[in-house]
Design a protein around this ligand. Structure first.
Ligand SMILES: NC(=O)c1ccc[n+]([C@@H]2O[C@H](COP(=O)([O-])OP(=O)(O)OC[C@H]3O[C@@H](n4cnc5c(N)ncnc54)[C@H](O)[C@@H]3O)[C@@H](O)[C@H]2O)c1
Length: 343
């Protein structure tokens, strides 16, 4: 495997993954296909943009001619590109269906024409909906659980997830589907919970907590997600399989808010409860026993240490997030609307 086509590599996880790959596989060629939507940011890749094995192509995964051209020399695909923000999907789902479902179809169609050795479909734990057994008992989701997406984002990712599986079942494209829990770390667009709360707190602006803040998520440091994807990318014998990826560390939104305020030494009065998100999932958590059993891999870094490291990164990269918050024309309007003026 020498040449990896990465989609959505200018976003949060994609840019961390490209950094990871250049560090761990410096001999690989990486082509990054990214449309540069509001969430794509070439600043995330500034330090490696001139790296001899790295190429950036600005383009849309829905552009079949471009995708086919880039697929031809590739040995493997890691498909991150997506519209990803649940709240935005509630307000306007059209682009989610186009990119997440149709865009994935375009990639799969091109991939099946070439001898692609591995196609990693980056799905999400959101596809399960609330983590529970078929009997309704709360427990981490298993790869065999039914898909019960509760938001248009989760539904569009479910469509892509099953479409990818069908290209394995029908065309024997060597697909692996990953369903990862909530990521945190550097370069995350400050509309997502942790960077939103950290950057608001740094500016002494309220942190908008939906409902009672008791909704829990399993939080994984982004580099650990990248390490698991790298492992699966190089695996053999798991075609058509699904792997949950998570850290088995569940925290409620309120606990995360408290931890961030403690790290920053800011008052709890910055927590502002706002109207709950429609269709808000009370618990997302994944059972990662399969990944452990097949690869003896599990996430190992300390959550508190990594959260502190992440907070420190946003402290040290104020220009990065302030430019987004101040210069992205839609950002302020979006947040005023989303949190009823509470930010
Ligand atoms: N962030 C999480 O916690 C999390 C957890 C599990 C799975 N995922 C999945 O991981 C992937 C990456 O998530 P993220 O948080 O880095 O997202 P992100 O929103 O930060 O980045 C998405 C990237 O995709 C690009 N993109 C969007 N539409 C495109 C199109 N039509 N053509 C080409 N590029 C396009 C954007 O420009 C951006 O660079 C997504 O598939 C997401 O569903 C995310």
């Amino acid at each position: 495997m020498k040449h990896i086509l990465v989609t959505g590599g200018a976003g949060f996880i994609g840019s961390n993954f490209i950094h990871y790959m250049i560090q761990h596989h410096p001999e690989y060629r990486i082509t990054n296909l990214d449309k540069l939507t509001y969430a794509g940011n070439l600043e995330n890749l500034r330090d490696i943009e001139a790296h001899p094995t790295y190429t950036f192509v600005q383009g849309d995964i829905c552009d079949a001619a471009l995708v086919e051209k880039l697929m031809q020399p590739a040995d493997a695909v890691v498909h991150f590109a997506a519209e990803t923000h649940v709240d935005r999907s509630i307000m306007d789902a059209g682009s989610f269906i186009t990119t997440d479902v149709y865009g994935t179809f375009v990639l799969l169609e091109a991939a099946r024409k070439y001898p692609i050795e591995r196609f990693i479909q980056i799905s999400t734990d959101e596809v399960y909906g609330t983590a529970m057994s078929p009997e309704g008992v709360s427990r981490p989701s298993l790869e065999t659980d039914a898909l019960m997406p509760l938001s248009p984002y989760a539904a569009s990712k479910s469509g892509a997830d099953r479409l990818a599986f069908s290209y394995w079942a029908t065309h024997k494209l060597p697909v692996i589907i990953t369903r990862c829990s909530n990521n945190y770390g550097p370069y995350q667009y400050p509309e997502k919970l942790i960077p939103l709360f950290v950057t608001n707190a740094l500016d002494n602006i309220p942190m908008p907590v939906y409902g009672d803040g008791q909704n829990t998520r399993d939080w994984i440091y982004v580099e650990e997600h990248c390490a698991a994807v790298d492992l699966l990318l190089h695996s053999s014998g798991y075609d058509g399989e699904i792997f949950n990826i998570g850290a088995n560390r569940e925290y409620s939104v309120l606990q995360i808010s408290d931890l961030i305020l403690d790290i920053l030494g800011k008052p709890k009065s910055l927590i502002r409860f706002v109207q709950d998100r429609p269709g808000h999932v009370p618990r997302h958590a994944v059972d990662t026993a399969k990944l452990r059993r097949c690869f003896n891999w599990s996430a190992s870094v300390d959550f508190h240490a990594m959260l502190e490291k992440t907070v420190q990164w946003y402290r040290e990269h104020e220009t990065w997030w302030r430019r987004i918050k101040e210069q992205d024309a839609g950002y302020k309007q979006y947040y005023q609307q989303q949190y009823q003026g509470n930010v």
